[in-house]
Ligand binder design. Structure first.
Ligand code: ATP
Ligand code: MG
Length: 231
């Protein structure tokens, strides 16, 4: 479904350039749960940002089925993101002046999706729809940000350290909800994490170092979120 071919992304670094992604090729299938692991600065965030069309690469091609998103003009890229991808970040990025319900509606309204009740139910946030983000715990805020991303019914959900700010209990709750949602819906999940244990939930594990993919492995059987060894 998603294919990256020889993708390069550099940033200016004084006189020279740093290769955040150095000739990366990768495939993600429909319904894959892909985990991206690697040390700090290895290019994980750059990889998901470029892969999702949030950022542009310098060279290479990125296909969603047969469409090459590197060829899209700015407006087309915005429309592509709106219709195809959702994001969850470590810092939840909820809009502080909107209550929970309106934060979720923002995601849903983008695609005129009125039926986000099921997502609200599943993520267990029904009781605080009227609260403001600052009145929620970290785990609750992250669940709202996931609800907002899923309310768009994305084909791919990109998560960059979604449990990075959460303790084990809340982190596993969030992961369990993502796992449950994926069982019931046709969505691919691409998740960046520092937490090695989470890779046991994924059917595909991508290891990144110095802007290169050094290993892609597949798990024949996966663990549930509750079974993950937290690290
Ligand atoms: N906007 C930017 N300007 C300049 N250099 C950048 C920029 N964003 C990332 N980099 C550099 O690109 C490389 C990859 O960064 P990236 O954020 O993708 O790493 P990461 O694997 O996500 O790290 P972390 O685990 O700390 O989040 C690093 O060397 C980083 O310093
Ligand atoms: Mg990062």
């Amino acid at each position: 479904m998603i294919r990256l071919k020889n993708v390069v992304k550099t940033y200016a670094d004084g006189e020279g350039r740093v290769y955040a992604l150095d000739d990366v090729s990768l495939e993600v299938e429909k319904k894959d749960f892909t985990v991206i692991l690697g040390p700090s600065g290895s290019g994980k965030s750059t990889l998901v940002n470029v892969m999702s069309g949030l950022d542009r690469c310098d060279m290479g091609r990125i296909f969603y089925d047969d469409a090459d998103i590197t060829k899209l003009k700015e407006k087309e890229l915005v429309a592509f993101r709106r219709e195809n991808v959702g994001f969850v970040f470590q810092a939840y990025y909820l809009l502080p002046d909107l209550n929970v319900e309106n934060n979720i509606r923002m995601g849903a309204n983008l695609v005129h999706n009125e039926d986000y009740d099921e997502i609200v139910e599943m993520l267990n946030i029904k009781d605080y729809l009227k609260r403001m983000p600052y009145q929620l715990s970290g785990g609750q805020q992250q669940r709202v940000s996931i609800a907002r991303a899923l309310a768009k019914k994305p084909k791919v959900l990109f998560c960059d350290e979604p449990t990075g700010a959460l303790d084990e209990t809340h982190g596993k709750q969030v992961l369990a909800l993502l796992q449950k949602y994926q069982e019931a819906n046709p969505v691919s999940i691409v998740m960046v994490t520092h937490n090695q244990g989470i890779s046991a939930m994924a059917n595909k594990v991508v290891r990144v170092n110095s802007g290169k993919i050094i290993e892609v492995s597949e798990n024949d059987s996966v663990l549930s979120a509750a079974e993950v060894r937290w690290s």
